[in-house]
Design a protein around this ligand. Structure first.
Ligand SMILES: [Zn+2]
Length: 326
């Protein structure tokens, strides 16, 4: 029983009296509330992909627990089919990496080629690059949920060397491999690097702020790419988000999915994303190291193409201010 002072009792009686009397007040005329039309769906669609699997240990999680956390987070988020771009050259007989890759496939996700050893096309020969592609293909052959998609390490399709780019484009086609492009990037790997460095030097990390920065950057980048695509193509293609198999992605991808849904995004499978007509386009520009949306925009001379937080100076400053409170 809560003891009430005489003043408290008076306030309580007044409140009860008000509540009792309230229905007798004339109700103001109400404006009809526009109900959301259930037949009108948002046209913002997005799929998820993770590169560099199996990735080395991150700053925070045990390697063996990271993939379990990531699989669980994807399930919680309602991401039924993400694409994992694999570097089989990192798998050794003495680790559990092959089992980790298989665990993603078993959970319904799809596996694709990211070269065996993560070669950068701009700094290697076409022959060596293709040998790296083939080594990965050999490992992936016959694996469950394999898709014939190839993602260029560093998104580098040969930088400014068009002859090299064309030679590799042709060779990939001969191998039946489609370019597994991305359209959204917010450099999760760089945020993870910054977190690693901070933790090594004994700095205090504000985890809530880090999660917020991660989520906010990816939602912003998604809307940036959506706007760029509409300005370039006059339509909204299915977006493909680039993440890596980082600790941060495992910890925050469910928060990111929730924020995207609140922002009107519909999550779709990687298969659906790569059925979009932009999957069959081959931008012809003076550079070949960016998202497909950036390259298509450049081809059509559409300006304002780069999401600012992919600039490491900008990202570093934000991380220091918001996560380290420096
Ligand atoms: Zn990579």
């Amino acid at each position: 029983m809560i003891a009430l002072s005489p003043r408290g009792l008076l306030l309580l009686l007044l409140l009860v009296g008000f509540l009792y009397a309230a229905p007798r007040f004339a109700a103001p005329a109400q404006e009809p509330i526009a109900a959301a039309d259930p037949t009108v769906q948002s046209d913002k669609r997005i799929a998820f992909s993770f590169d560099d699997t199996p990735r080395g240990a991150g700053a925070f999680l045990e390697k063996d627990e990271r993939h379990e956390l990531l699989i669980e987070a994807l399930e919680t988020a309602g991401i039924e089919q993400a694409a994992f771009f694999i570097n089989p050259g990192r798998i050794t007989p003495s680790d559990h990496d092959a089992e980790i890759v298989m665990a993603y496939a078993k959970a319904g996700h799809v596996l694709a080629n990211h070269t065996a050893h993560h070669s950068k096309l701009a700094s290697t020969s076409v022959e060596k690059f293709l040998a790296d592609v083939d080594e990965a293909a050999e490992w992936l052959e016959g694996k469950p949920n394999f898709r014939p998609w190839f993602r260029f390490p560093h998104l580098d399709e040969g930088s400014k060397d068009k002859a090299k780019r064309n030679a590799v484009r042709k060779a990939l086609k001969q191998r039946g491999l489609m370019n597994g492009y991305v359209t959204i990037d917010a450099s999760d790997w760089y945020m993870e690097d910054l977190a690693l460095a901070a933790s090594k030097s004994g700095k205090l990390i504000d985890w809530n702020a880090l999660r917020d920065l991660f989520v906010e950057s990816y939602v912003q980048s998604a809307n940036f790419s959506d706007d760029l695509a509409r300005r370039t193509l006059g339509r909204a293609p299915v977006q493909m988000i680039l993440l890596h198999e980082t600790d941060l992605a495992a910890m925050f991808v469910d928060d990111l999915a929730e924020a995207l849904k609140k922002d009107g995004w519909i999550i779709v499978s990687a298969d659906e994303a790569y059925r979009d007509p932009i999957a069959f386009m081959e931008p012809d520009v003076e550079f070949a190291d960016g998202t497909r949306t950036q390259m298509l925009a450049a081809e059509r001379k559409v300006s304002n193409r780069w999401y600012e937080r992919n600039d490491q100076k900008v990202a570093k400053k934000l991380f220091a201010e918001r996560v380290l409170h420096e």
